[in-house]
Design a protein around this ligand. Structure first.
Ligand code: ADP
Length: 206
């Protein structure tokens, strides 16, 4: 699929930012884990959802287009998203930083387009995968009440379906291909989940 992980951040790659893909269903706790990882490792956290919501909030024409898709629980065009991602990386130190790309990839188009647009410019360190069953994800989303327009029963159903039908197969395929997928069970307490996350990240970077 054009994503060949496993390269290490060697001197030869020092002109490139390090990138860790962070995958997991809606409500799986990626955001919480990323915040903890930022503290421990000094990574920069880029949430695809936050980047897209910022574009929507800017009131741009593109933002209006994105909002329609997001409010329906669909996935936006990868090219639109990656333009925002690259701009955010350049604003945040580029090759001096290691980025947690939280919420990416979510479908095959994400993977293919990253391969075309950003793979050569970045150093993909690995894929961190937070696993959680659908029922717990649903309950967490309904309970978190952060005021997000897409945290309602109907859109949640659609986001969970998108996750199962598009994201899980793509992560499974990457795992088979490059063995650079690091799994964490996020159905545990926050502390234990983070402990396991650190073990996996250390192995990935090791
Ligand atoms: P979630 O809690 O569902 O993981 P996010 O905040 O990560 O929500 O994303 C919100 C919305 O932004 C998604 O439902 C989708 O419409 C869009 N989005 C986020 N990441 C991507 C991506 N990698 N590719 C396409 N669309 C995305």
């Amino acid at each position: 699929m054009g994503i060949c992980g496993g390269q290490k951040n060697t001197d030869a790659n020092s002109d490139k930012p390090g990138v860790i893909f962070v995958v997991g269903g809606p409500g799986a706790g990626k955001g919480t884990a990323c915040a903890q990882l930022v503290k421990k490792y000094g990574f920069m956290h880029l949430s695809t959802g936050d980047l897209l919501r910022a574009e929507v909030a800017s009131g741009s024409e593109k933002g209006k287009e994105l909002q329609v898709i997001m409010s329906e629980g669909g996935l936006v065009k990868t090219e639109d998203l990656l333009l925002l991602v690259e701009a955010a990386m350049r604003k945040n130190g580029w090759a001096k930083s290691k980025f947690l790309l939280d919420g990416f990839p979510r479908n095959k188009e994400n993977v293919v387009t990253y391969g075309e647009k950003l793979m050569d410019k970045t150093n993909l360190l690995g894929i961190l995968y937070f696993e959680l069953d659908q029922e717990t994800m649903r309950a967490r989303l309904l309970g978190r009440n952060e005021g997000r327009a897409d945290d309602n029963e109907e859109t949640i159903k659609k986001r969970l379906a998108t996750y199962e039908n598009e994201t899980v197969p793509v992560v499974t395929e990457m795992d088979t291909q490059n063995k650079n997928v690091w799994r964490v069970n996020s159905g545990q307490t926050m502390e234990k989940t983070f402990e396991d996350t650190v073990v996996q990240v250390d192995k990935m970077l090791g």
